[in-house]
Design a protein around this ligand. Structure first.
Ligand code: ZN
Length: 250
């Protein structure tokens, strides 16, 4: 028996915690086929980010929607299904030790994996809303052959219910996140390098609480916040942790 490695320590912490909160970002969904926006092969090397600027969208809904349809409703939707990292977190919640997930992702994969208490800090692509009235519907029910899709009640161009550049974080997402973080006794950071504010500040709300970080590269949290840094792809790290649990979850 040697010194416990980081995966062993992470497993022990997960076993002894009772209010785990996970904070996730694009890196957890990469292995599910969801491309990232940043970086060399990121979507922003192919699309102009202005299509997701709220001011631009309001003036040019058809042009924005052409890019949005391609990125979020043709490309991402067709390819994506949850991976072991999503499943791992869903099982911890089912076991009663994970209180919830705060995600920056808008891809619905946590819910598809079985997670129930998911705070979608940046909203979701699965819901389409009318900016002028209360109409909302599921993206699957929208006819995207004619863009922009229009509100059947008032005729205003509809908008995906995720946070555009220039839009505020939904207040409810903020308050639910803070509540989760206030009560948590273990924070697991997965697949986020902490570059997008204000989401990036959230982990610091749990300062003083033990934290495990899973990322393929060092992040803003590695030095300042994380007690354990597992440099690994999300699904691989979660499988390795699970193998060391007394009762495997995936
Ligand atoms: Zn409307």
């Amino acid at each position: 028996m040697g010194v416990p490695d980081d995966y062993e320590t992470a497993s022990r912490w997960i076993e002894s915690a009772s209010h785990i909160v996970a904070f996730t970002g694009a890196g957890i969904s990469v292995e599910s086929g969801i491309p990232t926006f940043r970086g060399e092969d990121g979507l922003w090397s192919r699309y102009d980010p202005k299509i997701l600027d709220i001011g631009f969208f309001m003036k040019n809904p058809a042009e924005s929607w052409r890019g949005i349809r391609e990125i979020f409703y043709e490309y991402m939707d067709a390819k994506a299904s949850p991976n072991d990292a999503h499943r791992f977190l869903a099982r911890l919640e089912a076991n009663g030790t994970l209180d919830g997930i705060i995600t920056q992702n808008i891809d619905n994969l946590h819910q598809e994996a079985g997670s129930v208490n998911v705070v979608e800090f940046h909203g979701t692509a699965k819901r389409i809303v009318c900016p002028s009235c209360t109409y909302e519907t599921s993206s699957e029910k929208i006819d995207m052959s004619n863009l922009p899709p229009l509100c059947p009640k008032c005729g205003t161009p509809l908008k995906p219910d995720f946070v555009f550049f220039g839009e505020a974080i939904p207040p409810e997402a903020y308050s639910r996140s803070l509540k989760l973080l206030e009560n948590c006794d273990l924070l697991i950071i997965v697949g986020t390098t902490g570059e997008v504010a204000p989401a990036s500040y959230l982990p610091y709300e749990a300062a003083g609480v033990k934290s495990i970080e899973i990322n393929i590269e060092e992040s803003a949290y590695t030095e300042n916040l994380s007690d354990i840094f597992l440099r690994e792809r999300a699904s691989v790290a979660c499988r390795k942790i699970s193998e060391k649990l007394r009762k495997r979850v995936i």
